[in-house]
Design a protein around this ligand. Structure first.
Ligand code: PLP
Length: 467
C-alpha cells in the first residue's frame, strides 16, 4: 500500500531535500502544536465561519488580509496547489489570450502550462551562463536592459516574469529590474517560489515585494517551513486588478480547499515577521553552513556561489562525479539531496538540519571526492542552449500543445515545431518548449544534453512535433 511506502520513505536516514521544514524539525512552534491535535477534527472544507480564499468573509479572508498587511502587499490569496496553481492563476488573471509574456529560459514548467491554459504568446529571454560553475545565472541590469530593448523593438510584451532566486539559490538585483520594467509601463510577476524566506534576515537579498513587484508567488513549502502544496500569491499596486486575479483563481481552485492547509499557510507566512526569532534562526543556520562550506572547500570540493544560505551546490563539472552519478552514490549511503544535475548537485540544508547531518555528509563526500564517475561525454563540455537573447516561438504553445502531432526521433525532428516540452525533472526547467522550431544546432545540443541527463525522469530521444 502507498501508506506503507510513505512510512518507509519517511524513514530515509539523511534527507537533505525539500520541503523546507525538514521532516517537521523546522516547523514554527504554532504549526508543530497544530499538527499534534487530532487532525480528523480539523480536516474541514469551506464552512460558513471559515470561508475560503475567494470568499470575502470568514476566517480565511481575515487571515489573507492580515498576511497581506504583514508583507505590505495590497491583497493576497492562499493556495493549496502549490506555486504551480498560483502562477497559472496569476497568468489567467493578468493576461488575455494572445497577449505576450516575457519569460526567462529557466521558467518552471508551471508557467509554460499556464501559457497553454491562458493562450498566451511567451517571448523567451536567454540567461547569462557561467561556464565556470556550469549553470545559468540570473540576469543583471545591463543584460535585462538589452532584453527589454529587444522586446520593445521586435515584439512588445504585456507582462514580465522573473524567476528569483534560481533553484540553485542565485538572486538577481530585483529592485532595479522591477524599476526598469515599470519605467516602460510593464507589470512584473516574480516567481519567488524559492525565496519567501529572504524577508526574514537583513543579510539576505531583497525580496520581490520589497523590490516593488506587482505579483509575487511564494512556495511556503519550498522556502518557508510550511506544508507541501501550500503557497501564497501577493498582488501590489494598481497595475493588475484584484477582480481579474480572482477570476483566474476561480478557474483553477478546488471548491473544497483544506482549511487545515490554509491555517498552516497563515502560520508559516507570518514566520519571517516573527522577529527577532526568525532572524536568529536563520543567522545560526547561516553561520553553521558557512563554516561547513569552508570545510568542504578545504577538502577539495568546489562549492558554487549561492545567495541562499540554506542551499549548498557542489559544482561537479568538469572533474569528479557528475551530479547525477554523485546522487546515485550518496543514495546508496543513505543520503538524499535535492537537485542532481549534470554539472552539480544542490542540497537543501534547511532551517534545522538533522542531527549528525554535517558529519555524515562530510564523511560521504570525503569518500567520494575524486572518484571518476563522469560519463565520458560530460568532461569539459557543458554548454548553454544555443538560443538568441530574445526569441518568439514559431507557434503559440497552446496551438502546439493541442495540434495534430506525431512522435519522431530527435534527429528527424529538425525543421519541425515541437508540440511538447523536453523537461528533465527535477528541476522542471524545459530544455525545449512547445511551439519552438528545432534547428540543427539546437538538436545537437539536445542530444548532447540527453547524454548528460541520463537517469530515470531524464530526457527521451524522441519528441512530439506538429504534423
Ligand atoms: C522556480 C519554481 N517555480 C514554481 C515551482 C512550482 O512549485 P510548487 O511545487 O509549489 O507547485 C517550482 C517547483 O519546483 C519552481 O522550482
Amino acid at each position: 500500500m502507498l501508506l506503507g511506502a510513505l512510512q518507509q520513505a519517511a524513514e530515509f536516514t539523511l534527507p537533505l531535500h525539500l520541503p523546507a521544514h525538514g521532516r517537521g524539525r523546522g516547523f514554527p512552534p504554532a504549526l508543530a502544536a497544530l499538527l499534534q491535535q487530532p487532525l480528523g477534527h480539523l480536516d474541514l472544507p469551506e464552512l460558513p465561519s471559515l470561508g475560503g480564499p475567494l470568499l470575502p468573509h470568514g476566517a480565511v479572508a481575515e487571515a489573507q488580509r492580515s498576511t497581506a498587511e504583514l508583507w505590505g502587499s495590497r491583497r493576497c490569496w492562499f493556495g493549496v496547489n502549490g506555486s504551480t496553481g498560483l502562477l497559472q492563476a496569476a497568468l489567467l488573471g493578468a493576461l488575455r489570450p494572445g497577449q505576450r509574456l516575457l519569460c526567462p529560459r529557466n521558467l518552471h514548467r508551471s508557467v509554460l502550462h499556464g501559457a497553454v491554459l491562458a493562450g498566451l504568446e511567451p517571448v523567451y529571454y536567454a540567461l547569462p551562463f557561467s561556464e565556470r560553475w556550469g549553470l545559468s545565472r540570473p540576469v543583471d541590469v545591463g543584460w535585462f536592459q538589452r532584453v527589454l530593448a529587444a522586446a520593445a523593438r521586435d515584439c512588445p510584451v504585456d507582462l514580465a516574469l522573473l524567476v528569483n532566486p534560481t533553484y540553485q539559490g542565485l538572486s538577481a538585483p530585483l529592485t532595479p529590474l522591477v524599476r526598469l520594467c515599470h519605467s516602460q509601463g510593464l507589470p512584473v510577476l516574480v516567481d519567488e517560489a524559492h525565496g519567501s524566506h529572504f524577508r526574514a534576515h537583513a543579510a539576505l537579498p531583497r525580496d520581490a515585494l520589497a523590490a516593488g513587484a506587482d505579483l509575487v508567488v511564494h512556495s511556503t513549502h519550498k522556502s518557508l517551513p510550511g506544508l507541501t502544496q501550500t503557497a501564497v500569491l501577493h498582488s501590489c499596486g494598481g497595475r493588475i486588478s484584484g477582480e481579474d486575479l480572482e477570476q483566474g483563481l476561480l478557474l483553477l481552485q478546488t471548491s473544497s480547499p483544506s482549511a487545515l492547509l490554509l491555517a498552516a499557510t497563515e502560520l508559516v507566512a507570518a514566520w519571517p515577521h516573527q522577529q527577532p526569532q526568525a532572524s536568529h534562526l536563520l543567522g545560526r543556520a547561516m553561520d553553521r553552513w558557512g563554516r561547513w562550506r569552508r570545510q568542504l572547500t578545504g577538502m577539495g570540493w568546489r562549492v558554487s556561489p549561492c545567495d541562499d544560505p540554506l542551499r549548498l551546490r557542489l559544482c561537479t563539472a568538469p572533474w569528479g562525479p557528475s551530479g547525477l552519478a554523485l546522487d546515485e552514490r550518496l543514495l546508496r549511503l543513505g543520503i538524499a539531496g535535492e537537485l542532481p544535475e549534470p554539472a552539480g548537485f544542490t542540497f537543501y540544508l534547511g532551517f534545522q538540519p538533522p542531527r549528525q547531518a554535517l558529519g555524515r555528509l562530510r564523511n560521504a563526500l570525503a569518500q567520494l571526492h575524486g572518484s571518476s564517475l563522469n560519463p565520458p561525454e560530460l568532461t569539459g563540455t557543458l554548454r548553454p542552449a544555443p538560443t538568441p537573447l530574445l526569441a518568439r516561438a514559431a507557434v503559440p504553445p497552446r496551438s502546439a500543445w493541442f495540434g495534430p502531432t506525431r512522435r519522431l526521433p530527435l534527429k528527424q525532428a529538425v525543421g519541425r515545431v515541437a508540440a511538447e516540452a523536453i523537461t528533465p525533472y527535477p528541476p522542471g526547467i524545459p530544455l525545449l518548449l512547445p511551439g519552438e522550431r528545432l534547428d540543427e544546432e539546437r538538436c545537437a545540443w539536445l542530444l548532447h544534453s540527453r547524454h548528460l541527463w541520463q537517469h530515470p525522469g531524464g530526457v527521451l530521444d524522441t519528441v512530439k512535433v506538429l504534423r
